[in-house]
Design a protein around this ligand. Structure first.
Ligand SMILES: Cc1ncc(COP(=O)(O)O)c(C=O)c1O
Length: 408
């Protein structure tokens, strides 16, 4: 085994009880029924993952391999996962009079969304454990990533989408080889279908936080941000939160980097961005609850990534919000639709609706005073704007008629 192949995973740990689970067996949730977290020999990682070594590695998410769970380099299933850029929004920053606004543009990942990070790692692990069939409930983007990576790894996939999931992503999932269904319900109803079919179909349930490895892939977003900022962290991170894997994953990244001595004790305040039409985490946080007491109902938001009435990882998300000194911010869908045009026209960056929700949340919280004008903030654009519907363009020009150019 070469040094590149060394795996530093020591065990999996129940996020609720801390009970250890063997890392050489394929698990779903812990024996207590809660999400499992991957733990590493951080002393071993420290000796290998140095800033100097990192600087010589390719600009891709696998550069952090010591902090990833693959047991052999050969298990990696890759479609080319670049480090995604942090893009400033100077026009918006001038307009709002706040600090530096940086967009982590995840639309550049394979399948056009950050879901590629989690699913690339999860599928690598499924491959290494010899899984041949997987299933998932999805708002769209996760299913697209699962379909792509599983097709590449030769794993059969069954994907269940809410009836009103965006057409383009549902088609993308089917095109990439998954057996795809629309289900008359929300994502939790799709999750129930997956759970109900597990015994009969023998598929592995890749639902958010019901397997241990997607968090590890999502964690690379936090690792990247720290490295891109010269081993520093921003003051505030705005993250559009549905299931919350990214929020939890990034927090884990900062803790691990700090334990490795690569960053100090400073942590960003983590803000969970949701819609006023589905904000279970914001409501629970504001009420001082440690979990979402009841599923949000009715869910009417058009921000598909956050249409999750009661996330399975609610306790972990709320804990990150609390421990980081962060909070929850619920935004108005109509304001998001307008702001998407504003950012695209003034800063030239086409954010998806969920990414735009982060911008609206930042603007709102700057006004409310929960964010300081001096703060450097990172907003997550989790998927390419091209994956979501755009306002129609209706103007037509008759090339045979005389064109009044001044009137164009
Ligand atoms: C574009 C987009 N933004 C945000 C989210 C929410 O991500 P998470 O499940 O990590 O909270 C999703 C998930 O479906 C998404 O597709």
């Amino acid at each position: 085994m070469s040094a590149d192949d060394k795996c530093y995973v020591t065990h999996l740990e129940c996020s609720a009880t801390g009970e250890k689970h063997d890392a050489d067996t394929l698990h779903t949730v812990s024996r207590a029924g809660k999400p499992l977290l991957v733990r590493y020999d951080l002393d071993g990682v420290k000796a290998s993952l140095t800033k100097e070594r990192l600087a010589r590695r390719p600009a891709e998410m696998w550069r952090y391999r010591e902090l990833l769970p693959m047991r052999r380099r050969n298990d990696i299933v890759s479609l080319g996962e670049p480090m995604t850029p942090l893009i400033p929004l100077p026009a918006m920053a001038r307009k709002l009079g706040g600090g530096e606004i940086l967009v982590k543009d995840e639309g550049r990942m394979p399948t056009g969304s950050f879901k590629a990070r989690g699913l690339a790692v999860a599928v690598a692990m499924l491959k290494s454990f010899g899984v041949t069939r997987a299933a998932m409930p999805t708002a769209g983007n996760a299913g697209a990533a699962l379909a792509a990576y599983c097709s590449r790894a030769g794993i059969e996939t069954y994907v269940f989408c809410p009836e009103d999931a965006p057409e383009v992503t549902v088609r993308e999932i089917a095109l990439q080889g998954a057996k795809t269904w629309r289900v008359n319900g929300l994502i939790n109803h799709c999750g129930a279908v997956v759970a109900a079919g597990t015994e009969e179909m023998g598929w592995y349930d890749v639902s958010t936080l019901k397997e241990p490895y997607r968090i590890e892939g999502k964690k690379t977003m936090g690792l990247e941000i720290a490295e891109q900022l010269g081993w520093d962290v921003p003051d505030v991170v705005f993250y559009p939160t549905g299931g919350g894997t990214g929020l939890i994953g990034m927090w884990k990244a900062f803790e691990e980097l700090s334990a490795l001595g690569l960053i100090g004790d400073k942590r960003p305040r983590m803000v969970a961005v949701q819609s006023t039409r589905c904000s279970p985490l914001v409501k629970a946080f504001d009420a001082g609850h440690r979990e979402v007491m009841e599923p949000w109902d009715p869910v009417t938001t058009n921000l598909h990534g956050v249409r999750v009435p009661k996330p399975f990882g609610d306790r972990l998300c709320l804990q990150v919000m609390r421990d980081s000194g962060g909070f929850g911010s619920a935004v108005d869908d109509d304001e998001v639709a307008e702001a998407r045009l504003e950012v695209a026209r003034e800063d030239g960056l086409h954010l998806g609706p969920e990414g735009t929700a982060c911008f609206v949340a930042y603007r709102q919280e700057l006004k409310r005073g929960r964010v300081d004008p001096k703060d450097r903030v990172v907003l997550f654009n989790c998927a390419s704007g091209l994956k979501s519907e755009m306002p129609p363009m209706t103007r037509h020009l008759d090339r045979h008629a005389k064109i009044d150019f001044k009137a164009l």
